[in-house]
Design a protein around this ligand. Sequence first.
Ligand code: ZN
Length: 328
Amino acid sequence: MSIKTRAAVLKGPYDIELTERELTCGPTEVIVKNHLMGICGSDKNFYRGKLPPQTAEFRQEPGFPFYLGHESGGTVVEVGERVHEYKVGDAVMAFGWNNNFADYFKAPVTDLQPVPPGLDLDLASLGEPVGCAMFAGMEAQVKLGDVVAVFGAGFAGQVIAQCAKAAGAYRVAVVDVCAGKLRLAKELGADVVVNTAEEDPVAAVKDLTGGRGADVVVEAAGSEEAINQATQALAYGGKFVFYSWVTQPVRLDISRWHDDGFTFINACLVHHTREERFVWAPRALRPVAQGLVKIRPLITHEFKLSEIKDAFALVDKDDTAVKVVLRP
Ligand SMILES: [Zn+2]
């Protein structure tokens, strides 16, 4: 049996369209009816024509037309003859690039995970971005009394800042250029917000720590400038948590990385093995189900799949958009 679906294709920069596709389930594949889809920061980069190089994790050819989408979840409607892990009706979260901006998507078994207990299907559909950000927040190893500076108040930065606070940080500073995102960070518990359009973030973090610098910095902005600023804002012997997917070459001043003995934590869940992710994702999502970290306030805009052009136009232009979601 094959299933017809609308699915998004990026034909070139700023040129996104819904096309008709027909999905046929292979023996080790599963077809899922989407419940909700999220637009990722990386989708925005693709939309703007910035394609990543191929890596072990990112297996697609970086070129147009590009079949977009990886954040979603929903209900299994068909399983291949060799699939024993799932049955029709199961609720699943997607992890992987399977053209998820669609009514239905097809994925290998290894790109899916069961919805952990306590998560409703809206939040489970954001299991990938939430899981990745929560993993980073938990792996940042924030200790009671730490001062933490999070660079970037996008979706991941907001989640990581909440994790730092919940883990016992004395002060959490969030740095961004967008006032709307900083306001949200403050509402969700950040102690200090620094708008880089008005203030030097390195000086602000130094002020907060009597000149010492933050115990932990988190780079979640994905820019050359933010990586350099985070480097300068970190205390001697501090922890540098790296989250962003920086796909273009950047120029870094890394003298302090050596001389001031930084510890580096590469904190992106999906870039470890699938087996690790399988163990980690439920653990990373547990504090969300427990209500310790708030995700709903981060969903700032909702569209219908048929309005995907408008959704991407908004993501491209509106700085206050944190997580934009689509429903079929
Ligand atoms: Zn993503």
